[in-house]
Design a protein. Structure first.
Length: 311
């Protein structure tokens, strides 16, 4: 896993809460002039909290985006530090509800439900690592997850819903997590390339963009890991030949993902053995790609000396 990780380079549900159009309020005791037209409050499409680090999940229906998101958040909160909703954001209450659902369900083996079409699930969070080094700093993370049905809309030159367009067009730092599953990767080579084309049309320089290709549901292969980096390379080259060319040409990262052992019981898939090893790898890659430091960075010489006296 270490050798594989060295190759890495460096979720308001929905769009910004729209304010309802409301006329100016008047005192009921005063008469309203018939020749006076009140001004409606303007709906703003501006992306707020631009200083955050945005993480955008791409993947068609049932690719496993929500599972990856929930397990990454669970790993960060249960093993790597404190993860909490960012105060002062429009979706603080909703973020608390979604996080509670994620964390309660994952320990019961319940997989996340499907995302709602035509809206962006947005989570504005603060992550504070438990690493004592001053180099390993807290960061703001804004996770964006969308319905796979919306991603299918870009096939054959189609366009995204405006709720997604607003984020892709915004001048904000975005990390792209491109997800396709072990079972359906061979069907999605074209749409992944259409997504990368879309990013280039929006002015994203693919040679400098922060992105990773993730093959989800790797447990469907019969294994929880890969025997070697070559096995993953071979799978991507065979099932996703066009994507493999883009990934290799631009030097983008790639990984596989599993949440553990999943069984189908009474028509519903449930996790009966939770595995967070790939959640750890992807979470550490994300942190390092944003900050330039490892989550488990040992610190400077003086920090290590200080830690030895306090531990």
């Amino acid at each position: 896993m270490e050798n594989f990780n060295e190759k890495f380079k460096p979720l308001s549900f929905d769009q910004e809460a729209e304010e309802m159009l409301k006329p100016l309020s008047f005192d009921h005791d005063q008469s309203i002039q018939e020749d006076f037209v009140p001004i409606a409050r303007t709906i703003s499409n501006d992306i707020k909290n631009k200083e955050s680090n945005f993480v955008f999940f791409f993947g068609t229906s049932e690719s496993g985006k929500s599972v990856i998101l929930s397990s990454m958040l669970y790993y960060l909160k249960s093993h790597a530090g404190v993860l909490r909703p960012k105060l002062g954001t429009p979706n603080t209450k909703e973020a608390n509800v979604l996080l509670s659902d994620f964390f309660e369900n994952i320990r019961q083996g319940i997989l996340p439900g499907r995302s709602t079409r035509d809206q962006v699930t947005r989570l504005d969070l603060v992550f504070e690592p438990n690493n004592k080094s001053k180099k390993v700093v807290p960061i703001d993370l804004t996770f964006l997850e969308t319905s796979g049905e919306n991603h299918n809309e870009i096939r054959r030159g189609g366009s995204y819903h405006s709720s997604i367009e607003s984020f892709l067009n915004a001048n904000v730092p975005i990390t792209f997590i491109i997800v396709t599953s072990y079972e359906s990767a061979h069907k999605e080579d074209s749409v992944i390339n259409e997504f990368l084309d879309e990013l280039e049309r929006k002015g994203k320089n693919m040679k400098s963009v922060n992105a990773v290709l993730v093959i989800s549901k790797w447990d469907k292969s019969g294994r929880m890991d890969v025997e070697s980096a070559e096995e993953l390379e071979g799978f991507i080259s065979e099932r996703l030949p066009m994507t493999a060319q883009r990934i290799n040409t631009y030097g983008l990262s790639k990984s596989y993902y599993t949440i553990g052992s999943v069984q189908n019981a009474v028509g519903q898939e449930r996790v009966n053995l939770l595995n967070l090893s790939t959640a750890e790898v992807l979470s550490k890659w994300l942190y390092r790609s944003i900050t330039g430091y490892d989550l488990d960075y040992e610190g400077t010489f003086w920090e290590r000396l200080k830690f030895s006296f306090t531990s």
